[in-house]
Design a protein around this ligand. Structure first.
Ligand code: MRU
Length: 370
């Protein structure tokens, strides 16, 4: 599959060592996602502290990408100080930077396991290599997800009642290449279908409060030429009742061993509407997003509570071309901002992984092969 991240004809990933590993990198480059879609800016991250800030402020975001970013954060920490104390400090600081996406915990634990038995002077180079492995594995997993998801899309495409209209796929938040190292999870099968010449159209939930759908998903689909329409978060149920949604595909931040899917706030409501309207609802998930240690997503997953300003203010392009924040709500109103919700397995048609598509109750089988 070709690489998609063409920005102004140049190919990009979301994260990369600024210098090659052979010449021992000193910084990591990222695309600053807080600037999209109005500006495309690359930042150099030169320390563990800067990486933690990039993760917390969501310059990098999306479960697989924050996993890779955290791995590179450990490499930066080892460049600064390769002692045991520094390693454990970095592990703990990164693990608490965003609590919900299990990829972050998984990547940091893997880095710790790889580094703790290494002599101090070897840690820095080993860390660059292991972080690069994590990034490459993400790309390979997403490529495989694209192919397994494509099979599902092709079936629905052949069987759609009205062959004169596109296959309509609804997605929530951004689970495209910007949320991963490359390709994306939920959007990867859609890119594959579009590349294969299938007439697909995407309903893009704007995804308040941070508008990852309106700002990021719309931008990346547009850059790749995939027909799409941005809708308000409340429009999906209505469109399903009208027969205008053939399939829902979302990403996930954590999936339980029993198939509960934790994803961006609002996903659960889409799953309920899909269930009520007999619209298939899929989560596209690389295996590092599955938390094999938990069974009940509602009880066992910590939901990140973010700052109320994300709800109170909207960021956008003003008429004079400047990017501005405007306040939406009365100054005295209280604000709550839970960032994720849990869709119970009973509402999930299937989980698209790099090893194939699993019914939620059959996900356990993946643990053995992944
Ligand atoms: O808060 P974000 O933007 O990091 O949330 C991202 C999502 O909820 C994505 O859907 C999820 O991480 C899957 S990304 C492949």
């Amino acid at each position: 599959m070709q690489f998609f991240m063409l920005v102004n004809t140049q190919q990009y990933r979301t994260i990369w060592p600024t210098e090659t590993i052979a010449t021992e990198p000193k910084t990591i480059s990222i695309i600053d996602q807080t600037k999209l879609p109005h500006a495309f800016e690359i930042r150099q991250i030169g320390s563990l502290a800067q990486m933690i800030t990039a993760i917390k402020t969501m310059q990098v975001r999306g479960a697989p990408l924050i996993g890779a970013a955290a791995a590179y954060g450990i490499a930066l920490a080892m460049l600064e100080d390769d002692s045991d104390a520094s390693l454990h400090l970095a592990v703990n600081a990164l693990k608490s930077s965003r609590p919900t996406a299990v990829n972050l915990q998984w990547a940091v634990s893997r880095m710790l396991a790889c580094l703790q038995s290494r002599p101090n002077e070897a840690r820095h180079l080993t860390a660059w290599h292991e972080a690069a492995n994590i990034a490459e594995e993400d790309v390979a997993q997403n490529k495989a997800i694209a192919q397994h998801g494509l099979v599902l899309i092709e079936k629905l495409y052949q069987n759609r009642k009205n062959q004169n209209r596109p296959l309509n796929i609804l997605t929530h938040c951004n689970a495209g290449w910007l949320a991963t190292v490359d390709f994306g999870t939920a959007l990867a099968p859609i890119y594959a279908a579009h590349n294969a010449g299938l007439d697909v159209h995407v309903w893009v939930d704007e995804t308040r409060p941070r508008n990852q759908g309106a700002a990021l998903t719309a931008w990346e689909l547009g850059s790749h030429g995939v027909p799409h329409t941005v809708i308000t978060d409340n429009a999906g149920g209505h469109l399903m009742q009208q027969g205008l949604v053939d399939m829902v595909i979302v990403g996930a931040d954590r999936v339980t061993s029993t198939g509960d899917v934790c994803n961006k706030i609002g996903t659960y409501l889409k799953a309920l509407a899909a269930f009520d309207n007999h619209v298939p609802f899929y989560a596209a998930v690389p295996s590092p997003t599955i938390d094999w240690t938990i069974k009940d997503g509602l009880i066992e997953i910590e939901i990140e509570q973010r700052h109320g300003d994300e709800v109170a203010y909207l960021q956008g392009l003003a008429l004079d071309g400047s990017v501005q924040n405007v306040r939406l709500i009365p100054i005295e109103s209280a604000v709550a901002n839970p960032a994720f919700d849990v869709t119970p397995a009973r509402l999930v048609t299937g989980i698209i992984t790099e090893q194939g598509v699993f019914a939620p109750h059959a996900l356990k089988r993946l643990e053995i092969i992944a």
